[in-house]
Design a protein around this ligand. Sequence first.
Ligand SMILES: *[C@@H]1O[C@H](CO)[C@@H](O)[C@H](O)[C@H]1NC(C)=O
Ligand SMILES: *[C@@H]1O[C@H](CO)[C@@H](O)[C@H](O)[C@H]1NC(C)=O
Length: 990
Amino acid sequence: MRILGGFSWVSALTLSVCLIGNGVVQAQNGSPSQWPLHDNGLNDVVQWDHYSFKVNGQRLFVFSGELHYWRIPVPEVWEDLLEKIKAAGFTAFAFYGNWAWHSANNHTLDFETGAHNFERLLETAKRVGLYVIVRPGPYVNAEANAGGFPLWLTTVHTITSKHLVTKGGTAFVYQIENEYGEQWVGDASKKVPNESAARYMALLEASARDNGIDVPLIHNNPNMNSKSWSQDFAPNATGNVDVSGVDSYPSCWSCNLDECTGTNGEYVAYQVVNYYDYFKNTTPTEPSFFPEFQGGSYNPWGGPEGGCPGDIGADFANLFYRNLISQRVTAISLYMMYGGTNWGAFAAPVVATSYDYSSPISENRKIDSKYYETKNLAMFTRVAKDLTITNRVENSTSYSTNSAIATSELRNPDTNAAFYVTIHSYSPSSTKESFQLRVSTSVGNLTIPQRGGSIFLNGHQSKIVVTDFAMGKQILTYSTAEVLTYALIDGHPVLVLWTGAGESTEFHLKGATKGAVRSQSVGATNATFHADEHGILTSIPAVNGMAIFEFDNNVKVIVADKPTAYLIWAPNLSNDPFGPVDKSVIVVGPYLVRSASPDGHSLSLKGDILANNTIIEVFASKEVRAVSWNGKGLRTQRTPYGSLKAGVASSTPKITLPSLDSWKVHDSLPERLPTYKDDGPAWIEANHSTTPNPTKPDTLPVLYVDDYGFHNSFHLFRGYFERPATAVNLAVQGGMAFGWSAWLNGDFLGSYLGNSSVGTANMTLSFENATVHSNRSNILLVAQDNTGHDLRAAAVQPRGILRASLEGGASFTKWKIAGEVNGERQQLDPVRGPLSEGGLTAERLGWHLPGFDDSAWNSSSPSTGFSGAGISFYRTTFAMNIPTGVDASFAFVLNAPASRKVRVQLFVNGYQYARFNPWVGNEVRFPVPPGVLNYAGDNTVGLSVWAQSEEGAKVDVRLEQEYAVESSWSSRFESEYLRPRWTAERLQYV
Ligand SMILES: *[C@@H]1O[C@H](CO)[C@@H](O)[C@H](O)[C@H]1NC(C)=O
Ligand SMILES: *[C@@H]1O[C@H](CO)[C@@H](O)[C@H](O)[C@H]1NC(C)=O
């Protein structure tokens, strides 16, 4: 998780005298025999060295991405996401645990109910065929709750240990702590140990080992300065892990670029960073490993609507992930691959509801250009076996005929295969450059392309040019187009190359003597063939669509332009995470291919179809005579060059959505009225005169909600005083973007509307326009929301009232507090979990839940709204009937057409899936996943509408379709267990 005060990013840039273009970097060459091969001393299932990880003796390029199961609380949907990650050519995925999700209080640990059962995630990973990077360490509130921490970790260790690669599962490394770069006091180079941090790490490690974790333990340094827990940097130091990685967010980690200016000047887009020297100096005998590398950016309150896909989209993925490869990185995990949603109270104060993160897979699960761009590189790394053992020979502009281009040459010392990673010398440059490249191959030193044309970098782009690329027994001497993938089909390579539409391409195939164009789409390629003593050079003046070449050494080459290559897939007939090339097939055409499996002489393909008429072309064994798509046999034709082609007519139905125009309404703030009785179990008397919190209150009693067992979302405070007063002075703290309002004896006093970067607000509210009693109790009601607890040490910052004092001689005589039902004492709703609701009347009484009877309520719609300040709760129900065989995604879109001084929570079948705060944020579109939405029956929508001013509130609510595709992954499934209904025990919390 990447929320830092800029330290690591700024320091990264300080170190990043960008070497590219600045001449030769001293190479750290060698051969595998010169570098020690490590294991963790327990087994040799997972090993590692200077070059890469090895699993069961095989070198693995780790291309991984992070997803948080608790940010998508529907286990059925995890399958969709893992299939998309697998289809993109990834070999692994990573996940964090979340203590708060599993532990509602000090006597509950839930790893079973609904989406708390993350074993389903590990089982799905095994079935889909992905290795897993397990990262259970709590990253929120760790210090504050250290007492309960080992207990929770122990449980996770035990659950996970069954799924380790050493025991038949796919979890292959295990992260101890996260971004805990605390091994050294002060400057890491002085190596002054931080003894307590070391003991803490050693304890965590012992706990993992004692509970059966026998895969390598890893750590993720928060930046390149912390140099913590590396066995290479400080041999045998207490607390070291087996493999120490580092994280980096070279583009702004936030969608608000203003957050990324530091003392070192402005943030520069597409500025790459030097990691090579860091790895060389800090972890030379370990793989260069990013347990987190920027997969996107979070969107803070006040950030742009929809995140920042433009800043961190397909071009970012293209350039930066190749740049890692140019620096010899062989293990990358993208944070995030799928961000999901900060539903309920999952958000830290800085982030809004969406955790889309502008990731390759969007919050609504859609895949688009960034996913495809990432896929095209990951597919390459999965088959480029020589990439797992390379030295960086040189990094300079001398390779290219154009000084605007810098090249890193990586060479495999065993096979002499090389990878030339090209980039603009000044990486932020977005010019279109053409050049020839000087390469050294087994047939001599060449300047390529040799027969006319150029290599192009078009805008923010990088390309990897391969030489002596192995495809089974055959060798591609070089190609100016990039390798997408290859498969060995009936023992013979089918290679896929790709380049920009309209660009020229040249490749040389060793050992062939004759070649022919067998098929080309519109825009003839006019390819020419040139035989020489080593093989055949194929020159293509312009690549458009797709062309197929066949050579007399039984190699087929598919050359595709970028739009075509985005839709080329290499599903595997096994669930081996390595994706063995001899069990691979190549499929061209669909929006997504999730899997391929043999079915007699037929090949059963599963995936998603977007376009109305998609032509599928399959390169598979000649034994395969027919193809089925999502269980339906296709009319397949064999092409002259041996592939199978068929048309798929998509039958995605039109889905008609309800208009949500029949609503019920009820006041949800009776607590402001003097007649309201606060003597029920919902209320706790706030009578503490001391607090364990390091921040002490200005006035007593202590009015910190956490001290009374309330932690999330909404809190209500009722303060009593018996004598007349003229005003109240309040300091309230709720985290950035929070708000509060106050009433005296039912009369509105005022509100703090919120600010995206402010978490505390002081106000003096006059009683001038309110009724003040002199002969009976006066009751002040303060309603606040809480946008979560801050990260790291700031996690203990209190939520609630820091100061409450009356002016005019009176004092408060009593305070009562209400929050989420039962606070931390006893959960009413274990399925939705401890972060799912706050302390509004509507939430305590369960009005947000399906099954609550609102028949006695008045009819009125939120778009009609109400006048005056207050909080109302609206409910509506609607039915959905989404067909099976479709993956459909929906979002609620909210709008406040009158006053922006409103705060809205949207509940969908009891899950809070939106905090719509138009005064402080721009987020208006809130995707809600299937399973939370009932695609096969009734849905209940609840809306708490808080008018923070006398202007009142109006809110429009629409349900919109995000996408619908015909899919083997059906978004309609049995999910009733995730939506428990209202029960009468709620009634007591009035
Ligand atoms: C658990 O928390 C409750 C308050 O919710 C407290 O009274 C109790 O002492 C705690 N128990 C332990 C073992 O810490
Ligand atoms: C680290 O410990 C191992 C095993 O006890 C020992 O062989 C090695 O020499 C130690 N290395 C250093 C640098 O102290």
